[in-house]
Design a binder for this molecule. Structure first.
Ligand SMILES: *Cc1c(COP(=O)(O)O)cnc(C)c1O
Length: 476
């Protein structure tokens, strides 16, 4: 008998049948029944259309179709689960990788987060038994490590900038050098932030050269503030000039206007190496007379996502009293992480305990040794061609764009996979491995890989090195 649309469609299972399969039951537990029912309906619907189209070619049998539907359900669910926030191995050599969560936290910060996850003394004075100031210890440590009179902690540096501008400059003019009207990371654009805060942007100077007199000539009774922005991911070189922070500070003081510097990346330690990165050290900016300075906590500082404003006590307390602060204040768990991170600076262990600083400080000899050891554990005579090569790591996070950080990379080629396919297989590993693609090769830079993550890289590479397994993962 010729199969008809009716006989063909009758072999489709019901939604209930699929939900009673072990995979269906497991996914109902994991993802919620409602979601799984919807997925199964969609998948059965897609099969129904395929059967319509293939009406006279293959009818298939009931069982094979049911298995195919279960398999597709598992795949869709697997993709959904993989789309969440998962731990990944950062083998790119970009230390503050914005897409991979910027700064990895120190062990101390992780412990502090876990401890603060329940009830915590975020706004409670344990000795007095009454309400206390929020995140008091982090504030005290920020004062100590930056030399500022007071500090305020919010969700990120963008929130800090928005708060400062709207409290001190709404409806009034803010002077900004034309060379500092920058875009940082796509959605933080200085002119847009000013506009949204209600401040009026008054551009001074030119793109490459801005003099102190340009600021001075622009000051009027409408002027609320001078804003200096660290250009972060961008450098103007050649015939350039900008006044120093201390020159702008004395000008602002003379005219009684607020001088606010958005420093971006919170460099706390003022070693020569740090200064070579071209990132302003917060203590210096305060010492040079800025009234307020803002910075991110998850860039060079190496802490959780947070933003800080430090500066003159009287100005910081006005920020603290503003209703907008209530909408921007930092969560308890992140405050605990910040506190633990700052403690590492205060007790002098930061260079060893804070991953960003440790990665930045690791020398090429050490990375070469680790890379050699890793390569020696790879399966030989396989599909992989491996060499060590000199390359550059990067600080990332929109910091120090022109400062190459020498490194050694493991450069890999696969005999049958293109570099893009090879990198994709590494991403699809159980513990996703994110590598760099360059010059037809996949590069693994151990600078950003923790030693205890190396075993997972070796296992993944060895799996992809043997012909049969490479095919297996292809199917997934
Ligand atoms: C990174 C950066 C910001 C934004 O900081 P977030 O903490 O990501 O909000 C703002 N200003 C400057 C100068 C920056 O470098």
């Amino acid at each position: 008998m010729e199969p008809t649309a009716a006989t063909n469609l009758a072999i489709l299972p019901s939604v209930d049948e699929i939900l009673k399969e072990p995979t269906g039951m497991r996914l109902c537990d994991e993802l919620g029944r409602e979601v799984v029912v919807r997925l199964v309906r969609e998948i059965i619907g897609a099969f129904r259309e395929e059967l319509h189209d293939n009406i006279s070619t293959k009818a298939g049998n009931r069982e094979s179709i049911r298995n195919a539907i279960v398999e597709r359900l598992a795949l869709v669910a697997w993709r959904d689960q993989r789309s969440g926030v998962r731990r990944v191995i950062n083998a790119t050599g970009v230390i503050v990788h914005t897409n991979l969560g910027r700064a990895p936290l120190s062990q101390e910060a992780v412990k502090a987060m876990v401890a603060a996850a329940g009830y915590s003394s975020i706004e409670f004075d344990i000795q007095a038994g009454e309400r206390g100031p929020r995140g008091q210890r982090a504030v005290s440590m920020l004062r100590r490590v930056t030399g500022a009179e007071d500090a305020l902690i919010v969700n990120n540096c963008a929130a800090a900038a928005m708060l400062v501008l709207s409290v001190f400059a709404s409806g009034r003019e803010v002077l900004v050098s034309r060379g500092e009207l920058v875009e940082i990371g796509g959605d933080f654009r200085i002119p847009d932030v000013l506009l949204r805060s209600g401040a009026i942007l008054k551009e001074v100077g030119t793109t490459n050269r801005t003099h102190l007199r340009d600021y001075e000539n622009a000051i009027s009774d409408q002027t609320a503030m001078v804003l200096k922005v660290h250009p972060s991911n961008y450098r103007i070189t050649g015939f350039t000039t900008v006044p120093s922070t201390s020159e702008i500070a004395s000008l602002a003081r003379k005219h009684e206007i607020v001088f606010y510097e958005d420093a971006g990346s919170g460099a706390i330690i003022g070693t020569a190496k740090m200064r070579d990165l071209g990132e302003p050290v917060i203590r210096d900016v305060i010492a040079q007379g800025a009234d307020l300075v803002s910075f991110s906590c998850d860039k060079l500082l190496g802490g959780p996502q947070a933003g800080v404003v430090v500066g003159r006590a009287e100005l910081v307390s006005r920020l603290r009293r503003d209703p907008m602060y209530r909408a921007l204040r930092l969560d308890k768990v992140l405050t605990a992480a910040l506190e633990a991170t700052l403690l590492s600076y205060q007790n002098g262990t930061a260079a060893d305990t804070i991953p960003v600083l440790r990665m930045l400080g690791e020398n090429t000899d050490g990375i070469r040794r680790r890379s050699d050891a890793l390569v020696s554990r790879l399966r030989h005579g396989s599909e992989l061609k491996v060499i060590l090569a000199e390359s550059d790591s990067a600080l990332g996070g929109g910091s120090a764009p022109n400062v190459p950080i020498k490194t050694v990379v493991i450069a890999l080629r696969h005999s049958r996979l293109s570099e893009a396919e090879f990198a994709a297989r590494l991403r699809l590993n159980d513990q996703p491995i994110i590598a760099r693609i360059e010059g037809g090769q996949v590069l693994i830079d151990l600078r950003t890989v923790e030693p205890d993550e190396e075993a997972a890289i070796i296992e993944a590479l060895n799996k992809l090195a043997s012909p049969a397994d490479a095919e297996d993962t292809a199917a997934a």
